[in-house]
Design a protein around this ligand. Structure first.
Ligand code: 3BY
Ligand code: FES
Ligand code: FE
Length: 420
């Protein structure tokens, strides 16, 4: 007969913290500071969910690869000769060397730098010198990682049994994303920013615009103040009504053009929680640029109207994206250590857009480079305050921090389901 194992002190501590979380309030300090919680996050959140890591234009051709680091993990993502996208643990089956140290490049075979064991792009071990004649290569293929592309957005799952509801997200999102044709784009710029904070502080900051007006002068040129998940209160009802009218008019226009625009929100209802909505942009309404006009004259796909607002797509636990008429911007948040987080921002334009003619990288990246840097300062100050010992979780605004609450709800639910 199986006797249940007693729970370890660590598991009890995590379960106690999860059980104590007050909905509508922030998380307690150990969630941002404790090595044990970080291990739980890496095992149960980043080790078991669909994680957004890259876009297909980064690996457009056979042999192209990128490597992704999450905590101590390193993952190799390649496009094989049959043009499939494949992902593997970036670890040699001989004595464990990391295979590819670079962030991106082109490969014929995957050759280990240590003793040159070689794997083809399907992960099959094809060459190992000085091994016995009857050596069985077939046991020693690279360990695969689950990988899915949602119309060019690449997600991986390190768990053995990936959440099945990725399919539901893909089905719901396909009509929204398909018109922008990310797979026909090229990467115009990619910037890595390391933030000295826990990854959840980075994500929480993304899930509210309470801070936007005071912090983001460049972004709020194009972003409507009331466009980010506000609920009416006594002070903003009029302005919100005004935004609602703009939203309805814009949605009617875009839907008539075959561009789905209505909100879908499953952020704290699904394992693979996500949210989308096409949001009008202010002024010229074209793009998240300093003058709100398109950054690339060569529009995406077959678009002729530059004023398509921004289709936003947010996924749990680690990404957000804005699809506009002229470019697509994607953000992937990847934990490095408990107090260090990578924010990788990727700007894509039409693959035929010519730098210096159709767009400049400086203009394309100006708003979000500035915004990311402003956010970096906010999240680093939060980490410092939370680490000071005086922090206690405070209440969220029920009017403008609803999506932040959903992020925390999702996180607490998922960890509670998996920490045993
Ligand atoms: O880009 C986003 O998803 C939002 C918009 C404003 C706050 N946050 C950065
Ligand atoms: Fe890779 Fe030896 S560790 S070939
Ligand atoms: Fe911000």
């Amino acid at each position: 007969m199986n006797h249940p194992q007693p729970l370890s002190a660590h598991t009890l501590m995590v379960r106690d913290l999860l059980a104590r979380r007050r909905p509508g309030y922030g998380l307690e300090a150990p969630f941002y500071l404790s090595e044990e919680l970080f291990r739980a996050d890496m095992e149960h959140i980043f080790g078991a969910h669909w994680i957004f890591v890259a876009v297909e234009p980064q690996i457009a051709e056979a042999g192209d690869y990128v490597t992704i680091d999450m905590g101590s993990r390193s993952i190799l993502i390649v496009r094989s000769d049959d043009l499939q996208i494949r992902a593997f643990h970036n670890v040699c089956r001989h004595r464990g060397s990391r295979l590819c140290a670079d962030r991106q490049g082109v490969l014929g075979n995957i050759v280990c730098p240590y003793h040159q064991w070689s794997y083809d792009l399907t992960g099959k071990l094809v060459h190992a010198k000085h091994m016995p004649d009857d050596f069985d290569f077939s046991d020693l293929n690279l360990r695969p990682v689950h990988v899915r592309s949602l119309l060019g957005l690449i997600f991986i799952c390190l768990g053995d049994a990936p959440p099945q509801d990725f399919e539901q997200m893909a089905t719901a999102m396909t009509p929204y994303l398909a018109p922008h044709q990310l797979q026909q784009c090229k990467v115009a710029a990619q910037v890595d920013l390391v933030e000295n904070c826990n990854w959840k502080i980075t994500m929480e900051n993304n899930r509210e615009c309470y801070h936007c007006l005071a912090t983001h002068p460049e972004l709020t040129v194009s972003l409507y103040e009331h466009g980010f998940g506000y609920k009416p209160d006594a002070h903003n009802a009029d302005k919100l009504q005004g935004f609602q009218e703009i939203l309805e008019r814009s949605h009617a226009r875009w839907e008539a053009m075959g561009l789905p625009s209505a909100e879908i929100d499953t952020l704290d209802e699904r394992v693979t929680g996500f949210r989308t909505q096409r949001l009008p942009l202010d002024r010229c309404g074209q793009s998240q640029t300093l003058n709100t006009e398109v950054a690339s004259k060569k529009l995406l796909a077959d678009f002729v109207d530059p004023a398509l607002g921004g289709l936003s797509f947010w996924t749990q636990p680690n990404s957000w994206h804005h699809f506009m008429s002229d470019h697509i911007i994607s953000f992937s948040v990847l934990p490095i250590t408990v107090g260090k987080t990578l924010v990788r921002t990727t700007w894509c334009v039409h693959k035929d857009a010519v730098e210096g003619v159709d767009y400049s990288v400086e203009n394309l990246t100006a708003v979000w480079n500035a915004t990311n840097d402003q956010d970096r300062r906010l999240v680093e100050e939060s980490q410092i305050g939370i680490a000071s010992g005086a922090y206690e979780p405070g209440p969220f605004s029920p009017f403008i921090e609803g999506l932040l609450d959903k992020f925390c709800n999702w996180y607490v639910q998922r960890l509670s389901a998996l920490v045993r």
